[in-house]
Structures are given as C-alpha cells and as structure tokens.
Design a binder for this molecule. Sequence first.
Ligand code: NAI
Ligand code: MG
Length: 503
Amino acid sequence: MSRMNVVPPSPGPAAQNFLSRAHGLFINGQWVAPRSGKHFDVFDPGTGQKIATAAAGEAADIDAAVAAARTALTGPWAKFTAAERGKLLWKLADLVEQHAQELIELEILDNGQPLAIAQYVVRHVVPDFFRYYAGWPTKIEGATIPAAPQGRRPGDVLSFTLREPIGVVGAIIPWNAPLPMLMVKLAPALATGCTLVLKPAELTPLTALRMAQLCTEAGVPEGVVNVVTGFGETAGAALAAHPGVDKIAFTGSTEVGRLIVKAATGNLKKVSLELGGKSPVIVFADAALEQVIPGAARACFFLQGQNCMAGTRLYVHEKVHDRVVEGVAQIARTMQLGHGLDPASQFGPLISAEQRERVRGFVEAGKREGGELVCGGGAPTRPGYFFEPTVFARMRADMTPVKGEIFGPVLCVQSFDDSDLDRIAAEANNTIYGLSGSVWTRDIGLAMQMVRRIDSGQVSVNMHAALDPAIPFGGNKQSGWGREFGKEGLEPYLKTKAISVAW
Ligand code: NAI
Ligand code: MG
C-alpha cells in the first residue's frame, strides 16, 4: 500500500453551503421539519467526522409524504403528455450536469468513493440514465387484441390494453452508490407517470436531498417526488407497510428484502427487490491474463467491494492460478488508499465503523478456517473507516468468506482443474445468490457454454458487471425479484388495463 494523504482537500463553496443547511424533509414540494423534531448526524466515512445533520422522518412523515404522492397522482402530473415527461427527464439530466461539481463532492463526502468514480457517475452514468428513460414515455404502448369476448364478431368489438402508472411508489435505497440507486428508481417512476416517496439510506441522505431540489427546478410538480430521510426500522418500515403505497422498489440486504415482502402483505402492494450477490468470476487457462488481472481486481474492489455485483469468488484454472493471484495481489498492494476528494486516491473507506467490523469478522473467519491470506486483511491506522484490499487464496466452498456477502474488499480465490463444465458451474452456482458473474476465455464456444450454465441475472464475457441504461439488471434466486434498467425496468412501474368495447 502506498502513500496516504490523511487530510482531505476541502469541498467547494456550493457543497459547503449545502452541508451547512438545516435539512428538512421534502414533502409536497416543500421543505418541512420532521414531525418528531428529531435529527441525526451524517458522517464523512473518509475522516469519521460529522459533516451534516439530516431530519429523522418517521411514520407520521411517511403518512404525509404518501398522502402528497397520492394527491399528486391525479393532479397536474396526470395531464403531462408523454413527451412532456420525457422533456422533464432530459431537463433533470441537464441539471445534474450543471451542478456536477457540487454533486460529485457531496457524493464523495457522503459515501467515501474515489473522485474518479464520482466524476464518472455524476457526469456520465446519471445523465445518460435519465436521458435513456427520457426516450421511453412516448414509446410505452399497449396492444390491440384480436379477441371475440362473449360471442361477439370481429367488427362488433374492440379489445385493447392501456399501460397505466402503477401509482404511488415507495423507493428504499442503500448507501453504497447513493445517486445511481436514486436514479434507478426515479427515472422509471417519472417516465411512467408514477409518484414517488423516496427513503434514502440513513448513512447517505445528502445527494437525494439535493436531487429533490433539482426535481423542482426541472419542473416536477409538487407531491410527485417526496424525499423522507430517516432510519430503516422507522421511516423505511412505515413506507414498506403503508396501505397507501402501491409498489415498493427496494435495493439493499437480502435480510431487509424479506422484511419488505412481509410488510407488503397488508395491502398486497407490488414489490421489486435488488438484493445481495456473491458473483463468480471464472477464468479459463487460455484467457488473456493482461485483461483478466485488472478485470478481476476491479470486479472485486470497485467501491471497496461495497457493490452487489462484486466479483468476490474468483475461480481460476490451476494452470494460471498463481499468475492471476499474484497479479491481482500486486494491484491490491499498490492501490492508493485515501480520501475520495484527493485525486490521487484509488480506493476509499468503507461506509461506517460497523461495516468495517463486519468485514473484519469475515476476514478473521477466513484466517481461522485455513484460508491463505495473500495480501491485506487489516485496517490502516488513519482516520476514516479504511480497510485494505484483501486477497485469500486456496479457499474452499464451505468457508465463511466464500459463502456470505461480505460487502467489502475481500476476494476469495479457488482453483479448478477440470474440463467438466457442469462441475465448474455447480461450484459457481453454489450460492443462495444469482446477480452477476463473468467468464474469461478466448474460446467463444466455451464462453457461451459456460454462460448458459450460470444461474445469474447477468453474465459478462471478458468483462465483469457490464452496466448500461439499456441492459436489464437484476437477480435470480435470493438476489431479488424483477429487473431494473432497460425496457424491462419500466414493467414494475406499470399496470395493464384490458378494455373491451362493444357497439
Ligand atoms: P440495509 O438493507 O439494512 O439498508 C438498505 C436500506 O433499507 C436503507 O435505506 C435502510 O434504511 C433500509 N431499511 C433497513 N431496515 C429496514 C426495514 N426494516 N424496513 C424498511 N427499510 C429498511 O443494509 P445495511 O444494514 O446498511 O447493510 C448490511 C448489509 O447488507 C451489507 O453489509 C451488505 O451485505 C448488504 N447490502 C447490500 C446491498 C446491495 O445493493 N445488494 C446494499 C446495502 C447493503
Ligand atoms: Mg440493516
């Protein structure tokens, strides 16, 4: 591990001004104080210092936000043409670009990610996503159906479908990528004409509050987008159980995903879930190692491993095992840890002291259970919640770090010396999760045979975690319900009305 700057550069005046404000809840187009009067502190994970306070919304605030969203559903928003909804999303993309520097700084201070990632997210990922969904409202179409209900003859009846907004959406999002998580819920909700109550993670409430202001500036009518900051057990649980919510879109832990499903049973609201992952990265002996090595390091260490798609189980053919392990470990050892605002930093902190202890627990278990610790495994002595990028080799399927979603920078390497693809796939699929995965080989036939065998919502070849607004994303097995991104990402926000007209 190389030089570490301990004192971060200061954010610019726009971000500083935002941080110093007394933040309220954004309900019905207004900033309001939480009914309970309670606030909570927001910390910079890169320093451990308090940087802001946010309002602790609770059940009464969720009630108010849901009521506003319900009213807004039939207000001026319902009169927006599809083209106008598209324009609004496009405008939102423009505004993100105009306020990019401030959003980048807030995202880094809130979440800890390195500058290069925040810049890429704010300048490209988010605007591209809003613009992709800006194209959809004008293309959401039902169908005409050649049906003959109740013995009618063709020409005497017409059956067709309307795609309607599902209604009031409750969105509950995590802290690992706050702006992309918000974008993934907000864009399809606006594209389809829904209204939204968003509950950001208590660890990262800041950019959602800034985005609420930008929504108003973009022309989103009052009540269409509401942001209630607060804790999962209070604000989140109240939203998930609320009888006035038609659909919950959740991203987070599998454990909370289960609670969301239970909470939804009261009014049988629809639920989409993006949950945990433990994705395999499978490297065959003929793969281009100069691509595999940086690719595997990135697959695991991106966002310090706090990433549901992270490639945390690396399966390498015995012939190239040692070279791959040494190459990835070399990258891990030389990654520059540091505060995200420092342009030299390549690797940021974990989100919280608690998360760091969780990661440390997995690493200690791996050592106890006989894993070979190749590099990392500890926390550097510096402020902030840093943890070293860690590589374990010679792991077995039954070891704790191989089984659980660590959500930290811990790569578990296993090897295979097998030509039976079913057996390799059985190992790769030996997990409760099924979100992402990748196959690395120059042999396209082999790649495709392997792709067919992997039980994941997404598999990439010679790359990992291929994301694009147009590529559907979501999990099999306990990684979730439904898909986000792309055309499929609209589906959870729509309902179909079948209409038959006789004359
Ligand atoms: P979490 O699942 O508790 O938090 C995600 C969101 O759910 C937050 O907004 C939180 O306030 C909310 N929430 C928590 N409890 C709730 C409840 N009872 N009802 C409604 N909403 C609730 O995740 P946490 O505790 O921050 O992280 C723990 C572990 O979860 C991580 O170590 C990681 O393994 C996993 N995780 C996975 C994510 C993913 O994208 N797959 C994202 C975040 C965490
Ligand atoms: Mg939790």
